[in-house]
Design a protein around this ligand. Structure first.
Ligand SMILES: [Zn+2]
Ligand SMILES: [Zn+2]
Length: 382
């Protein structure tokens, strides 16, 4: 049984609707977002806990399992959607977290950072990563090559040739913001906006930096080694915080690198959630008499002893042999037995089968016997 009460963490009833859970999550996640509480470990812990709770009860499937006590919580009694130690990775599949991030940062830095000149965030970079099916199932490490804007080292992002050519903006006095007073029929309206003279940076460049042409940023090719967790799906996105473009204004946070996975289909496996499906053709003889068959699984091929008299289309379920994620989620492997009827057999093989058919007549075919009985009943002889 899970030890944590996710409903209590989110402050909702066990009977709450998915919508209620979502809005409770959004409210709490905004309240405890680490960017609003720099250096506050208690808030960071709380934020992690909220995300963990929502990643389970925010998903109707997982919520069902959790309610029935079927959740595999992993070794440390919970799972962390922000895997890894650097805090820079956001697990995939949580669209809400992306929504939330854009809400929290949509105004160019969160409230506490808005003092002084206006800062604007660098833009995000989306990069498509092709994965083989097995790479997506097992996870992998891959070098990612992309180009991004980085702060110009010659001018340190100011865009000026040197400090002598960088002046405080006389229009806004360096604040980057100007107040505009307008007389309307409702009285005076005061609006605060970015200074148009300096573009909100608070500074004026009188001679541009030669390396970046005054932009403050340069385009650089970058190779980073990315660890892709096991179990990512086609179309899911991994966010690498701060690995995107540097902001053009020279200050403010970097954008993020968003890795979008494109998973090549497998000829062996089909996937549904964390379960894997595989079709295993077996010989006619093995289906009738039983015997060893090879079954492919994520970790490799294993041998299974097929029992005597296995029918075509029978499904064998191997618990825990599906996709296994770092968060402790484990799927099953579902094997469909596909009995292959041999083609092009020799005369002596035919003879042997004839012998078999004569010896057994109908007594070994329960379904065919029942079928013929049913036909006899449905069409009585007159
Ligand atoms: Zn200005
Ligand atoms: Zn420069």
């Amino acid at each position: 049984m899970p030890t944590k009460d996710y409903y209590k963490i989110l402050g909702v009833e066990k009977t709450a609707s998915q919508d209620d859970i979502k809005s409770a999550y959004r409210r709490l996640a905004k309240q405890y977002h680490p960017d609003l509480h720099p250096g506050d470990n208690a808030a960071a812990e709380k934020f992690k806990e909220i995300n963990e709770a929502y990643s389970v009860v925010g998903d109707p499937d997982k919520r069902g399992k959790y309610d029935r006590g079927e959740m595999d919580m992993g070794a440390n009694g919970g799972f962390n959607p922000f895997g890894g130690g650097n805090g820079g990775f956001t697990a995939t599949g949580f669209d809400d977290i992306f929504d939330l991030f854009s809400d929290a940062f949509g105004f160019g830095g969160s409230g506490s950072r808005r003092r002084g000149a206006q800062t604007s965030a660098g833009s995000d970079i989306t990069y498509q990563v092709e994965l083989t099916f097995m790479e997506s199932v097992l996870g992998c490490s891959k070098p990612i090559t992309f180009s991004r804007l980085e702060k110009c080292p010659s001018c340190n992002g100011t865009g000026a040739k040197d400090s002598a050519h960088l002046k405080t903006c006389d229009k806004c006095g360096g604040s980057g913001q100007v107040r505009r007073v307008q007389n309307t029929i409702f009285g005076q309206q005061i609006t605060v906006g970015a200074c148009d003279k300096c573009g909100g940076t608070g500074r004026i460049v009188t001679e541009s930096c030669k390396s970046c042409g005054g932009k403050g940023v340069i385009t650089k090719n970058k190779v980073i080694n990315v660890t892709i967790p096991a179990g990512v799906e086609n179309g899911s996105v991994l966010q690498l915080t701060g690995e995107g473009n540097a902001p053009r204004s020279g200050s403010g946070r970097n954008g993020n690198l968003l890795l979008e996975f494109s998973v090549k289909p497998s000829a062996l496996f089909k996937r549904d959630g964390y379960n894997l499906y595989v079709n295993v053709p077996v010989s006619y003889f093995t289906a009738v008499c039983g015997g060893q068959i090879e079954i492919p699984a994520p970790e490799g091929v294993f041998i299974h002893n097929l029992s005597e008299g296995t029918a075509n289309g029978e499904v064998l379920r191997f618990r825990g042999k599906g996709i296994r994620t770092q968060r402790g989620t484990v799927g099953d492997l579902l094997v469909t037995i596909s009995v292959e009827v041999p083609k092009g057999i020799t005369r002596s093989q035919k003879k042997a089968l004839e012998q078999f058919e004569n010896d057994n007549s109908l007594k070994n075919y329960s379904k065919r016997r029942a079928f013929l009985d049913e036909i006899a009943k449905t069409y009585p002889k007159k």
